[in-house]
Design a protein around this ligand. Structure first.
Ligand code: NAD
Length: 392
């Protein structure tokens, strides 16, 4: 089948198998060129392993550290009869698994709902079959709009709203390339608690409890999860909004998990990462306009990074540099330090009030934003023949 992009709002409903494979190959090549990370992990569980920061974590673990990996994700296979491509994460994982196994590395995949007890048990079985039978790094990188509570069966949905007052702010209508004003409504108490239940730290804790009970956490193991802070301008929508409340809960969970990991002489922490175009972040109001300006500024300064550069730096400079982790005053690891640099933020907010639909392409890197977005689904990649028939 010839696969072309079909976008719907902040979603692309088709993915290109060869384009996704090329994306994964480029990330593997980046890591291999940077070289091995010594004294690092040997057996890794990544929860949310098929796209974005989780995929980058799995690639750095396998190709930078030489680790066995078990990847957990929720992806859709292709359906030739109905001419439906698989989701991008499915093709990414196919390529990752082939390349890892070619290198002689153990790589197992669990496709299912990470929030369920059954998937946790399947992951434990896969870890037990791995060469060491244990894990020394657990990365929790799930971004999901809903969660079914494994105990009660109740379904919770996350919302992207403010807490307190509604907020009117500049935003980007990415479909029509227009700078618009949007009003983000205030969430109800139930919407806030449902978002915390979905994207907060509870499930990360349940994973650690299940792994601990099964005896598969190695001595000295680490576990980490990802969060975002961003600039003050997006606080009402992100950091102080519903998603920020969930992230605060995740950061608090890290403290409780850290106490549990200490029983294994291990540790738990949250890393604050840079704003990047991923399937999850493209859906957040206001953030795509900020990201388009940020990309322009950071590219001009020669300090732009994608997921793979961020995670390689996290592993090599922080997690496995032989020293202690470099925490900020709130106990968070910061790999958003280039984004938060004063000169970067000043340049972004010099542009912010001036940007309009007419000067969007001149003042921002909207072109880069769009091409990164299409790349997530394997489109617009050099060397891929998009007129060719491919197996979906
Ligand atoms: P993403 O959408 O690229 O990846 C999400 C992953 O979660 C995928 O592997 C998906 O299959 C998996 N997933 C979703 N629901 C699942 C379920 N029910 N069961 C199993 N797997 C499931 O997202 P991302 O942007 O890489 O986000 C990962 C983490 O990084 C999030 O915690 C996010 O808040 C954080 N983060 C993102 C940014 C950013 O700008 N993108 C910045 C800082 C921190």
């Amino acid at each position: 089948m010839v696969v072309q992009p079909k976008t719907k709002g902040f979603l692309c409903i088709t993915s290109h198998p060869k384009g996704c494979a090329a994306n994964v190959d480029a990330q593997i090549k980046y890591v291999e060129n940077k070289g091995p990370i010594s004294g690092s992990c040997k057996s890794v569980l990544v929860i949310g392993a098929s796209t974005g920061y989780g995929l980058a974590s799995r690639i750095v673990s396998a190709f930078g550290c030489g680790a066995s990996t078990v990847g957990v994700f929720f992806e859709r296979p292709g359906d030739s009869a109905r001419e439906r491509t698989a989701s991008a994460g499915w093709y990414n994982t196919l390529e990752f698994t082939a390349k890892a196994r070619e290198k002689g590395l153990y790589a197992e995949n669990i496709n299912g709902d990470a929030f369920s007890d059954a998937v946790k048990q399947s992951a434990i079985e896969a870890i037990k079959k791995s060469p060491s039978g244990k894990v020394d790094l657990i990365v929790y990188s799930v971004a999901s709009p809903r969660r079914t509570d494994p105990k009660t069966g109740e379904v919770y949905k996350s919302v992207l709203k403010t807490v307190g007052e509604p907020r009117t702010e500049k935003s980007l209508d990415t479909d029509n390339a227009k700078v618009v004003e949007i009003t983000v409504p205030a969430a109800t108490e139930k919407e806030i608690s449902d978002t915390v239940k979905t994207m907060g730290g509870e499930d990360w804790e349940l994973w650690i409890d299940a792994l601990d009970k099964a005896g598969v956490i190695a001595e000295g193991a680490a576990t980490l999860s990802y969060s975002y802070i961003g600039p003050k301008l997006t606080y009402p929508i992100y950091r102080s909004g519903t998603i920020g409340k969930a992230k605060e809960d995740l950061e608090r969970a890290a403290e409780r998990i850290d106490a549990k990991m200490k029983m294994h002489r291990g540790k738990a922490f949250v890393s604050i990462n840079k704003a990047l175009v991923t399937q999850a972040s493209a859906a957040i109001p206001v953030v795509p306009l900020y990201t388009s300006i940020l990309y322009k500024v950071m590219k001009e300064k020669g300090i732009h990074e994608g997921c793979i550069e961020q995670i390689y730096r996290l592993f090599s400079d922080q997690l496995y540099n032989g020293n202690c982790l470099d925490f900020d005053e709130n106990g968070l690891v910061r790999i958003d330090n280039f984004e938060q640099r004063e000169d970067v933020q000043k340049a972004v907010f010099d542009i912010w009030p001036r940007v309009t639909t007419e000067n969007l392409n001149e003042l921002t890197d909207f072109a880069g934003f769009k091409s990164e977005f299409m790349k997530l689904f394997g489109f617009g990649i050099e060397g891929v023949d998009y007129s060719e028939d491919v197996q979906i």
